[in-house]
Design a protein around this ligand. Sequence first.
Ligand code: PEP
Ligand code: MN
Length: 356
Amino acid sequence: MSINLLQDIQPLVLPGHDSGSPIIIAGPCSAETRQQTMDTARALSAIGVSVFRAGIWKPRTMPGCFEGVGDKGLEWLQEVKRETGMAVATEVATVDHVRAALQAGVDVLWIGARTSANPFAVQDLADALQGHDEVVVLVKNPVNPDLDLWLGALQRILGAGITRLGAVHRGFSSAGAHIYRNDPQWHIPFELRRLAPQLTILCDPSHIGGNRQYVETLSQIAIDTVFDGLMIESHCDPDKALSDSAQQVTPDHLRGILQRLVVRSGAPVEDELSLLRQQIDDCDHELLAVLSRRMNVSREIGRFKKANNLRIVQPQRYQALIKARLKEAQSLGLPDHFVQEIMQAIHEESVRQQLN
Ligand code: PEP
Ligand code: MN
């Protein structure tokens, strides 16, 4: 299927949402008990949230963690719908989940990051969704920073006739040193926006940040850039949450975040500038993480040289390294003097770290 179909896709219209303001989906990482689900839902409904999220089948990295309450959570979601009038959303990862959620009248299904990374799994879900074009499906980005994999997952769902489709950016797993739980790599959702100008793209600042202290800043970045709304984890008693406790906010905290959120309707020129600046920030963030990794390796080499009684600076190695880097830099269109200066500064610091 060609990308053109995604290019033509229209913005999502969600229940209780007026176009012009950001879409807000909120609710706990997991439905844990009927009481916790209802308490959280009532509080979120009271602050104007119109789509309630709660995971009932939880993909957990390690076995033995809380894996969700399973099918009985569907009854709680139905109760939320009946009592508050909010639409309800949950994660589906298997064909059985899709069937059970559709049967229970769940309005919005989302495909999680661990599932969207697997084309076989996504195709199974797409096949199970065939003929259910009333349902809204949101596709989270895959855990690895691969835009094509994300596009492929969106196209598989679209291929099943689901046109009420959206994407959710929740950041990417990363081995480097980062302040956030998942690296935002903003250039990836920005590129998705360029390829699919009308596609509804939400940001999930909770899973990017991994800590509630980052949710507000990340939400503002999202609304200042290319996103149409937010999916935020909110729990009536976050510290007692059975999953993702650190990143969940209370409904009251969420109300503050939403009240302070600035929704700008600036001229396109400004939007473009802020997109470009965001890309610069993103690059710098990556540069610093790479430098920090490089210095870790230098210290490791320092320890090895000491243990093996080797000299710290080995001129042939340095000459060969500079020569190779300059050649590589040339092919990337970077001027020699610039790369030489940077490599010298890095080498000096690297020697200092090894001496230490
Ligand atoms: C979630 O939304 O609770 C979740 C498991 O998200 P992700 O797939 O982004 O990790
Ligand atoms: Mn979660």
